[in-house]
Design a protein around this ligand. Sequence first.
Ligand code: ADP
Length: 495
Amino acid sequence: MAVSQAIPITRHPYADGSYKKMLIDGQWVDAASGKKFETHNPATGELLATVAEGDAEDINRAVAAARRAFEGPWSKVKPFERQNLLLKLADLVEKNFEELSQLDTLDMGAPISRTRGTRLRVLGMLRYYAGQATALHGETIENSLPGEIFSYTLKEPVGVVGAIIPWNSPLTASVWKIGPAIATGCTVVLKPAEEAPLRLAELCMEAGIPPGVVNVVPGYGETAGAALSSHSGVDKVAFTGSHVTGQAIVRASAGNLKRVSLELGGKSPDIVFADADLDAAVPGAAMAVFANSGQICSAGTRLFVEHKIYDEFVGRVAEFGKKLQVGNGLDPNTQIGPLVSAEQMKRVSGYLSIGQQEGAKALTGGTPLTEGALSKGYFVAPTVFANVQDNMRIAQEEIFGPVISAISFKDTDELIARANATTFGLGSGVWTTNVSKAHQVAKSLRAGSVWVNCYQAMDPAVPFGGYKMSGYGRESGKQHLEEYLNVKAVWIKTG
Ligand code: ADP
């Protein structure tokens, strides 16, 4: 395993240790309590920023501002103007993309090649939602009532949206919530896990998005997050994060029966048949887990390999993992960055021990990396566990680290039942050159996305979301917009 050594020094306006305020009603303000929290670079431990720490009182102020905006001038803003605002925001994000990529890397550790690589997706999302803003429409529906009575539907914005996002991809996650809200005419209170979305909020102001339409209140889950999800002035919560927090949010939503959409975790099966193009499947299956150090909800962490090729294939994946360059994400050669925090490092290291205690064999990795240039950050070696059985905890529980659990299977029939034997259902992968088999397996898997001979392909026009405990609702695609809209039926007696 190679370790990145040369780390370019970047002075970033959002990572120079300075104090960042929250955005409420178009104003940059301190927390009402005056509290602040610190964010640190997970590769080096250096202080990035001190951030105003929002809690229930700040959420109250932000929800009130979002409500005023929703019921005020924003409700008169035409679809074409909302489209223009999103296009302006997309242009600003494009202009500042290098700075935004560096910020995501500094903030959560992902390699700069990866954060730069989100460019097309982030810009594509903003421009897709811009296009959708002028494509929203109800329907005229013929009814069978006696006499003359005309019926049609109106699509109306659901109202104030509470958006709660995790730390694993701050820019993408923020755009995924703000984009559809602006397209549909909603207003948003965004509760991020750290400070990175505040830079996007600055760009929202610069684009001319009116005060109160986008508010950003950083803070902790149990205070700011809980206040937002239980707030009676919030009409919908759009959440991305763990299933445990998703369950808390559903409970908190019961007070005013607000609408909820949940994009949660997974334990996704990635299935390799003996007839697959193995030269493509080896890096594909490896990076389906190692990308972003495994901190992706749809990572293909249960690697099912047909028994005929199991030893050879898993050995090759381990060799691939061994060669990956681990280090500071700012180094352009880095392929694997740190985990996001000490807490995450402890959690993943715990699973490395559990896997070994359960009898799995680490063909590569299996340990935290604490030497030399990696000593100040939260690094874990890309790990491939062989001899994994379905009932092991490393085959059942979401680890959120660079850990592959490789499992052997005999034939398609037993495979499907085993691949579906998880409480989750987010992503899944199939590697085969047999088209009929690909279709058959794709149809049988209980997951929101099936990637055949690829992994993690995403597009703003194609829906993404979960089955079972991976949540409900979809992001991207037309269905995403529907999550932010109410349907009203209008009846007009004309006879
Ligand atoms: P992760 O493990 O990815 O951090 P979490 O579900 O813990 O997943 O966090 C995702 C987001 O949910 C974060 O913004 C976090 O602050 C927030 N959060 C955590 N607990 C709660 C809660 N009880 N209510 C609302 N939001 C919460």
